[in-house]
Write a protein that binds this ligand. Structure first.
Ligand SMILES: Cc1cc2nc3c(=O)[nH]c(=O)nc-3n(C[C@H](O)[C@H](O)[C@H](O)COP(=O)(O)O)c2cc1C
Length: 223
């Protein structure tokens, strides 16, 4: 699929075929998804992939009993690490080695900036991680669909219940999103339907200044 086809034909799908998702397909999807950009390239994301009935059932409970969590071949917990320093040295060393940074001094000053971010209040670190992790979640949806694997992002869940059910340290990780993934059912209604309404470009894009009260485009008068 070319890019336009991927983005225009993707739908949030609730109906999945009874077909497993193999490791190879998942590996391809995740390999593409993790090309997403992130703040300082710190890649704060982690994914917990659930394919067993029991684990998907536990996630469904934390997701207010949304059926597609168990109906999909895989349901994924997309986590954001709230510690900006978690992978900072590896990332900074790579940038230095590849010439993105001119010298060790700049590398060290970047690491100092990141250490400063690590000292921010939790609420700010949550926003920080949600920004980058949401981008990888979007990339995951497109990468999956490019392989013929449909998805549905899920924000309707109890984060504490997710952390509890999977024994995840909530001090460090934010459950940013859940994602169902699977081969769509043949009669998945969403895929047969026209794409849902999108607010038009001329309503959502503002040039040079933010103009929320912009007049609606003129409607031609009847003769
Ligand atoms: C942050 C976020 C949270 C969402 N939460 C849910 C959810 O809890 N359950 C669900 O079925 N769909 C959920 N969706 C899917 C949206 O309903 C869907 O993306 C939207 O209706 C547009 O449809 P489309 O993805 O098919 O274009 C969520 C989407 C986003 C981006």
């Amino acid at each position: 699929m070319d890019f336009t086809e991927v983005v225009t034909s993707r739908r949030s799908v609730h109906e999945y075929a009874d077909e497993p998702l193999d490791d190879e397909t998942l590996e391809t999807i995740f390999e593409n998804a993790i090309q997403a950009p992130s703040s300082y390239n710190l890649q704060p994301w982690e994914f917990v992939v659930l394919r067993e009935d029991e684990t998907k059932e536990a996630l469904r409970e934390a997701a207010y009993d949304q059926e597609h969590v168990t109906g999909a071949a895989a349901s994924v917990i997309v986590l954001g690490n709230k510690d900006p320093e978690a992978h900072a040295e590896t990332v900074a060393d790579d940038m230095l080695e590849k010439g993105y940074l001119p010298n060790e001094e700049v590398r060290d000053s970047i690491l100092e900036n990141v250490a400063g971010m690590a000292d921010l209040p939790e609420q700010e670190r949550r926003v920080w991680t949600v920004r980058s992790t949401s981008l990888v979640a979007m990339a995951l949806m497109h990468a999956a669909w490019d392989e013929g694997v449909a998805t549905c992002p899920i924000g309707g869940f109890d984060p504490d219940a997710v952390l509890d059910a999977f024994d995840i340290d909530g001090e460090q990780y934010e459950p940013v999103m859940l994602m169902t993934m699977g081969i769509p059912a043949e009669d998945a209604g969403e895929l047969q339907a026209e794409a849902k309404y999108r607010r038009p470009v001329d309503e959502v894009v503002h040039y040079e200044e933010f103009a929320p009260e912009r007049e609606a485009p003129a409607v031609p008068a009847d003769d």
